[in-house]
Design a protein around this ligand. Structure first.
Ligand SMILES: *[C@@H]1O[C@H](CO)[C@@H](O)[C@H](O)[C@H]1NC(C)=O
Ligand SMILES: *[C@@H]1O[C@H](CO)[C@@H](O)[C@H](O)[C@H]1NC(C)=O
Ligand SMILES: *[C@@H]1O[C@H](CO)[C@@H](O)[C@H](O)[C@H]1NC(C)=O
Ligand SMILES: *[C@@H]1O[C@H](CO)[C@@H](O)[C@H](O)[C@H]1NC(C)=O
Ligand SMILES: *[C@@H]1O[C@H](CO)[C@@H](O)[C@H](O)[C@H]1NC(C)=O
Ligand SMILES: *[C@@H]1O[C@H](CO)[C@@H](O)[C@H](O)[C@H]1NC(C)=O
Ligand SMILES: *[C@@H]1O[C@H](CO)[C@@H](O)[C@H](O)[C@H]1NC(C)=O
Length: 413
């Protein structure tokens, strides 16, 4: 296996060098990617090669890195764009298969930097297993056991450690928790399982496209997600806990093919429409550039399997299903318990979009109905025009969502 891998790398590297000599790497239309050089619609964007701390440093002039160890031994790295704590402290939690990258991908126009310029002290979590948070006190990421976690553990352990760290660095400020997709599910689980702590540490939760119920999603990705238990069973057999060894191969190879055959960029875009909602007026080809179009970070197969179980359960937001026998041992009952959503006391704002086919607005409405009056303080924003990813990448995300978000944050008592 290793040998095959090395051989393939040896084959790919030279091609990679030959096509990497193109000067421009970002274009405004898909067709321009065929001839990026000497094309007024294309340019070279140096940000595509910067790491997240470098990007923050470039635009904010400062960045802090903080490590924190969770109760179960995972070492999480958080980034901070410090801001003297003028308006408030906000913690951003990202979705699956990425890291805090999603909040900074847009460079100077990114949500993280927009919030910072507006006066917020911005903290970015990198979930366990991602490239910046891949350490553990007793294990390495190459241990199968390292990857034995799902959304559950991230909600139960990571958020507590992160908030304790933020408290210690900000003189006990209450934090605004902001999540997208998996990040929102993490916030829900945390505040449902630790309601007293959550209401002490959190001022409010803003949860975008929260994947709890899956009755109305029409995305083609469900065909795949519903099978994720089988994928996990297979990966268990060959002792792989994550796409860890696949990604460093798949990503560079895909990028070479992108440069050789730029129509793949459009194919990736079609995949995003299938996955997340058909919103052609929001598509911004500059994000589908040679470096950005194929992007993923490590996550555990168990996290994907947990979402697969939730998708199959349709309207039960429940803990991980280990099978009847194990469930009896772990939970004292045959079917996994539901997360006690009615116990959440943190004032919460749900945001969802009519055009999101992965986490549908109707399912978010059902979720909203499950919350207690104490949590329902800020309501449920039903927006139109953005798909699941357009919150970050949509051409009109500022007009549709970001401006209103800033207004909301500025009026928050
Ligand atoms: C955080 O941990 C990483 C390794 O996991 C290490 O390289 C880095 O120096 C640590 N940073 C701080 C601020 O402790
Ligand atoms: C790490 O290993 C030590 C010694 O084996 C053990 O006592 C401890 O519980 C382990 N910690 C975690 C978080 O697994
Ligand atoms: C980033 O954007 C802000 C606000 O639009 C602007 O004032 C600043 O000059 C920009 N920074 C860079 C490095 O482009
Ligand atoms: C931290 O909080 C304490 C008590 O609320 C206050 O006395 C102190 O001045 C604060 N320190 C800073 C640096 O804001
Ligand atoms: C979003 O969905 C609505 C109704 O479902 C539709 O009318 C609208 O055109 C869609 N918006 C975009 C940007 O595709
Ligand atoms: C995933 O893990 C592998 C192995 O540690 C690492 O090489 C890779 O950089 C990680 N992240 C991504 C995005 O591939
Ligand atoms: C939810 O809150 C009720 C009342 O405070 C409590 O009895 C119950 O144990 C909580 N449920 C869970 C699962 O924490």
């Amino acid at each position: 296996m290793l040998l095959t891998y090395l051989l393939l790398l040896a084959f790919v590297e030279p091609i990679s060098h030959s096509v990497n000599t193109r000067r421009n790497n970002v274009c405004r239309h898909f067709r321009d990617y065929y001839y990026p050089d000497d094309n007024e619609n294309c340019y070279y964007d140096p940000d595509t090669t910067l790491s997240i701390p470098q990007l923050i440093e470039k635009y904010a002039g400062k960045v802090e890195l903080h490590n924190v160890t969770t109760e179960d031994g995972y070492i999480i790295t958080m980034f901070r764009i410090p801001n003297g704590n003028r308006k408030g402290v906000i913690l951003l939690h990202h979705s699956i298969a990425t890291h805090s990258h999603i909040y900074l991908w847009q460079g100077n126009n990114s949500l993280a930097l927009t919030l910072w310029r507006d006066g917020f002290d911005v903290w970015l979590a990198n979930q366990r297993g991602t490239i910046f948070s891949d350490k553990h006190v007793n294990m390495t990421k190459y241990d199968f056991a390292y990857w034995d976690f799902s959304v559950h553990e991230m909600g139960l352990y990571d958020v507590t450690s992160e908030l304790e760290l933020i408290q210690s660095k900000t003189n006990g400020s209450q934090v605004i928790f902001f999540g997208h997709s998996l990040g929102s599910a993490i916030g829900l689980i945390y505040s449902a399982l630790k309601p007293i702590q959550a209401s002490k540490y959190l001022k409010t939760m803003i949860l975008l496209a929260t994947p709890a119920y899956f009755e109305h999603g029409t995305s083609l990705v469900f065909l795949f997600i519903r099978l994720s238990s089988y994928i996990k069973a297979f990966m268990d057999l060959i002792h792989l806990g994550s796409p860890l060894i696949l990604l460093p191969f798949i990503i560079p190879v895909s990028r070479v093919f992108l440069r050789l055959f730029p129509f793949i960029l459009f194919v990736v875009n079609v995949f995003v429409w299938q996955c997340c909602g058909y919103t052609p007026s929001e598509t911004d080809p500059t994000f589908f550039n040679y470096d950005g179009a194929i992007y993923a970070d490590n996550f555990s197969w168990k996290t994907l399997a947990h979402f697969g179980q939730l998708a199959n359960a349709r309207n039960r937001f429940q803990m991980y299903d280990y099978g009847e026998k194990e469930n009896l041992k772990i939970y004292g009952q045959k079917i996994p318990p539901l997360y006690p959503l009615q116990n959440i006391t943190v004032p919460t704002l749900l945001v969802s979009s009519y055009n999101d086919t992965l986490v549908s607005l109707k399912d978010c409405e059902n979720l909203y109905q499950q919350l207690s009056p104490k949590a329902k303080v800020h309501g449920h924003w039903k927006i139109s025009g953005l798909n699941h990813l357009d919150y970050h990448l949509g051409l009109h995300r500022k007009e549709i969502f970001v401006h209103e978000l800033l207004e909301f944050l500025n009026n928050l008592k």
